[in-house]
Design a protein around this ligand. Structure first.
Ligand SMILES: Cc1ncc(COP(=O)(O)O)c(C=O)c1O
Length: 372
């Protein structure tokens, strides 16, 4: 409960309070250095994050969306190409494909993990298919081995959308560095969040890293020598400095999230709410802890009245969004995705949450579903 007896959905201020001195020192140092765009703090963060993920290269950018855009460009995706992805995601995944001029092609998701249903990918391949873009939704890794296998057999790139999955593992390896390119968001509410906007591309392929380094900075090889048509997608020095501080706490935070998930699981066991699964191959990092119920809207209302703040990720799948109507999809095309959009309810989940708060949320969920 907070001071008003409410359980917030997220509490960024609590994280800041706990790290105030460390963040303050990093900010002061960066302000004094004059390195406000890229610079030594960003370089150091890139090295530390690459090591954390287990990838050879990491390139800091100004958002997760920019990371996806540049990863797709580096993989050679452009007008006339198709990229197979999911609609059960945040809109940015699809927007980034659209930015390149390529066409997003959707497959449905698995009902349990809500990630790319690999059994549908082969039927979606055409001679225009250039890349596969799985999303590690909510922090649960997509089933990467069969995806990589299809990609290898068909000469396609694999770009991981790991925006929600810092530290998630697939068969013991951290996601992001498993495909050809991996993209992270450091939007403030993410498991590793900046105090503003930031993102990162990771890769083990040197030529991709070189291309992305240029593309994020106006396509420059040297100052004012533009060898590629690039972008202003650079990471700010302050964000690099703050993210370096926070990276040191990420594993502890992930463990706290996983502990809260255990508490939720135990307290909701036997209730009408379906709790999220963790596949045998996976280490879930619970960026979002979403339960499922056909009575989602009524439950959200009851929880709100009980002082429990919840979220819906996401109420309208991308293929049914007005902005992407030109792709030609309609209701019924992706039934698992559409059903998830109606049933998912995200419960409070952040490291600083107290066990008693999780237990109180579970009591309210049980009561809400009983009454509904
Ligand atoms: C799955 C997914 N992809 C991409 C993004 C885009 O990241 P950003 O908001 O940093 O641009 C986000 C987060 O916002 C996301 O959740």
């Amino acid at each position: 409960m907070d001071a008003n007896g409410m359980v917030p959905f997220l509490n960024l201020k609590a994280q800041y309070e706990a790290l105030k001195d460390e963040i303050g020192a990093a900010v002061t140092k960066t302000l004094a250095s004059g390195e406000y765009v890229l610079g030594s703090e960003v370089s150091a963060f890139e090295e530390e994050f690459a090591e954390y993920v287990g990838a050879r290269f990491a390139i800091g950018v100004n958002s997760g969306t920019s990371a996806l855009h540049l990863a797709l460009l580096a993989a050679g995706v452009g007008p006339g190409d198709e990229v197979i992805t999911v609609s059960c995601t945040f809109v940015a995944t699809v927007a980034a494909i659209d930015y390149t001029g390529a066409r997003p092609v959707f497959v449905d998701v698995e009902p349990e993990t809500l990630n790319m249903d690999v059994t549908q990918v082969e039927a979606a391949l055409t001679e225009r298919t250039k890349a596969l873009l799985p999303v590690h939704l909510h922090g649960h890794p997509a089933d990467l081995d069969p995806i990589l296998d299809i990609a290898r057999r068909n000469n396609l790139g694999v770009i991981e959308d790991a925006a929600q999955a810092h530290g998630a593992e697939y068969n013991g390896r951290r996601v992001g560095g498993i495909g050809d390119l991996g993209c992270f968001s450091f939007y403030p509410g993410k498991n590793l969040g900046a105090c503003g906007e930031a993102g990162m591309v990771v890769t083990n392929t040197e030529r991709y890293a070189h291309a992305i380094r240029k593309l994020r900075d106006w396509g420059q090889e040297r100052k004012y020598h533009h060898v590629l048509k690039g972008f202003n997608y650079r990471m700010e020095g302050l964000q690099g400095a703050i993210l370096r501080v926070k990276l040191r706490h990420l594993e502890r935070w992930t463990q706290a999230r996983r502990q809260h998930a255990v508490t939720y699981q135990n307290c909701l066991d036997g209730s009408a709410a379906r709790t999220p699964v963790e596949a045998a191959y996976a280490r879930h990092v619970y960026h979002v802890y979403a339960v499922r119920t056909p009575k989602r809207d009524a439950l959200q209302e009851t929880l709100r009245a009980a002082g429990v703040h919840t979220g819906i990720h996401y109420p309208i799948p991308v293929h049914l969004q007005k902005a992407y109507g030109d792709l030609g999809y309609g209701p019924g095309d992706l039934p698992v995705t559409e059903n998830a959009a109606q049933e998912l309810l995200s419960l409070p989940m952040f490291p600083e949450l107290q066990t008693e708060q999780v237990e109180a949320v579970c009591r309210a969920v049980r009561q809400g579903l009983y009454d509904a």
